[in-house]
Write a protein that binds this ligand. Structure first.
Ligand code: 5AD
Ligand code: SF4
Length: 447
């Protein structure tokens, strides 16, 4: 019998398929994984039914993110029955959190955590005759700095560059510090080289990624300096970044964003809650007033800046008043866009160990719905303010509804749809806003 490992030795390329769940960091990791595999006798196979190796790059942030993957594994069990040699690997945060437990379903052959992707070829080669492969060691140094990501999730215009890994803020509800380990920054030279390469390949927009980019530091280069260096590559290259922790959002960073026209005027600043009691229990290390004062500083320096946020509804012991404080803080901050979630208790976190998940599910749902309704109102108000104004839009493609309509984004990260036969993906177009909903701007090309 020829095994998978023998095939590798014969240098016959095997097809891998990868599915990514969760945050932008995971999408960026999947491109690192693709690079490691492509350099080791694998090729990317976009059709899951034809793949020899199926990888799920997973997320643990909330229970429903994990349930999605467990449901997916049920489907993969069928594929495995049809194809005996098929290898199924579970990567990312669930691999790190659940470890060997993931083998129990009898579907998964490989479990690999976020710091073990360099080892994937060896791990895969060791799977034969029913062996399982496993590596969930976290590292204090790994940044994959030298790996040239293969852009598998791309529109050819926008790309992610991971500038740091891990998180050690230990927000009490969050599993990330446990699944992604210690915070470490990547060498700026390798970040610059990656950004320059992307621009020379025709990419027009780069998002610098980290769990808390404001604490980036390498040989005395902090995040504001790094942003300025990347922005200076070319004025036609747009720069975005995610995610900022409000406690570390410095005046220096705000000044750099204001100074460079190609640094996008959009800041993702997770609030989580507008109640000081909740913020303390969440171990967020800032108060409501501090958050609002940072927002004020942003609007003062960059009046047209968009601010997006993350909100958690129904954290431990949250009262109706705490919830009302969240709604009023969102209003005061004039949040443009939000990602909104019900609190989901994660085993091993401080909140799971020392607090009680005591807000009933129907109350969490009701509060979440109120938060969503308010956000729609705020987004609509923000979009209405754009009516009549002209924005530079970077075209990302044609709209889903009509091939005569193009879609792209403003610097503020708002989606704009407009009719245009002159331009194409990757062009910058001046568009006047003529209409809007809470989710989209509509406009016409300014000639
Ligand atoms: N429950 C609900 N939402 C969570 N987040 C992180 N952990 C949890 C949890 N246990 C949210 C936070 C964070 C975003 C990425 O996910 O709002 O900013
Ligand atoms: Fe989680 Fe807080 Fe770190 Fe964000 S900053 S990844 S919410 S621990």
């Amino acid at each position: 019998m020829i095994t998978f490992a023998d095939d590798l030795i014969c240098m016959e390329k095997k097809g891998f398929y990868i599915e990514t769940y969760g945050c932008q960091m995971n999408f960026s990791d999947s491109e690192i994984i693709a690079s490691v595999l492509k350099n080791n006798f694998f090729e990317f196979e976009p059709d899951i039914n034809k793949a020899d190796l199926i990888l799920l790059n997973t997320c643990s942030i909330r229970d429903n993110a994990e349930q999605k993957v467990f449901n997916r594994l049920k489907h993969l069990k069928f594929l495995k029955k049809k194809n005996n040699g098929l290898i199924i690997g579970l990567l990312g945060c669930m691999a790190e959190r659940l470890k060997e437990e993931l083998f129990a379903e009898g579907v998964v052959d490989l479990v690999a955590g976020p710091d073990s992707y360099r080892e994937l070829p060896q791990l895969i080669a060791s799977i034969q005759g029913g062996n399982k492969a496993f590596n969930v060691m976290l590292s204090a140094e790994e940044t994959y700095a030298d790996i040239n990501p293969v852009r598998i999730n791309t529109n050819g215009i926008s790309a992610f560059i991971s500038i740091m890994r891990g998180c050690q803020n230990f927000c009490s509800y969050c599993v990330v510090p446990f699944t992604r380990g210690k915070e470490r920054s990547r060498e700026p030279e390798t970040i610059m080289a990656e950004a320059k390469k992307l621009f020379s390949e025709g990419f027009k927009e780069i998002t610098l990624l980290g769990q808390n980019v404001n604490s980036y530091t390498y040989n005395n280069i902090g995040f504001p300096k790094l942003m300025a260096m990347v922005a200076e590559i070319n004025p036609a290259l747009r720069i975005r970044f995610a995610t900022s922790h409000p406690k570390d959002l410095s005046d220096d960073l705000i000044a750099v964003i204001a100074a460079y026209p190609n640094i996008c005027k959009a800041i993702h600043l997770p609030l989580q809650s507008g109640s000081d009691t909740m913020l303390k229990l969440m171990n967020r290390k800032y108060t409501r007033d501090y958050y609002l004062s940072r927002v004020e500083a942003i609007y003062k320096a960059i009046p047209d800046c968009a601010i997006s946020t993350d909100i958690i509804a129904g954290f431990c012991s949250e009262t109706e008043q705490d919830h009302q404080d969240t709604l009023s803080a969102m209003r005061e901050a004039k949040i443009d866009y939000a990602f909104m979630f019900k609190y989901s208790q994660r085993e091993g976190t401080k909140a799971a160990e020392t607090l009680t998940d005591d807000v009933p599910d129907d109350v969490k749902t009701q509060r979440l719905n109120e938060i969503i309704a308010l956000q729609q109102e705020l987004s609509l108000a923000s979009n209405k303010k754009d009516l009549g104004k002209v924005f530079e839009v970077l075209v990302e493609g044609t709209s889903k509804r009509s091939s005569r309509q193009l879609t792209g984004r403003t610097s503020q990260n708002k989606v704009v749809v407009f009719t245009d036969s002159e331009h194409t993906t990757g062009d910058y177009v001046q568009v006047r806003i003529t209409d809007c909903t809470s989710g989209t701007l509509k406009g016409e090309v300014v000639v």
